[in-house]
Design a protein around this ligand. Structure first.
Ligand SMILES: [Zn+2]
Length: 89
């Protein structure tokens, strides 16, 4: 179960594996042992039922957005390649 949850951390989460809704959270300090930075104002996508047991989502905002941008850029590059190759033929 834990492996599935770790693998599911990609992009902006829409629902936690526990069924909990995702809420936007701003961490003003180090609240959980998994916090790797104490810089105030760090944003997370967090399960509404979050417990620090590894079974709920608490995705750092910056990593989720980075995944989304990479996916959009990849889709854009594929579309451009298809578009250019169809114009060449
Ligand atoms: Zn959850």
């Amino acid at each position: 179960m834990l492996g599935c949850i770790v693998d599911a951390h990609y992009g902006i989460p829409t629902r936690c594996p526990c069924g909990g809704r995702i809420v936007d959270e701003v961490s003003l300090g180090k609240n959980f042992p998994s916090d790797f930075d104490t810089h105030p104002g760090r944003k997370y996508f967090t399960c509404a039922n979050f417990e620090d047991d590894g079974l709920h989502f608490r995705q750092p905002w910056v990593f989720a957005i980075q995944d989304e941008v990479k996916a959009y850029l990849s889709a854009l590059m594929k579309w451009l390649q298809r578009s250019l190759s169809s114009r060449m033929s």
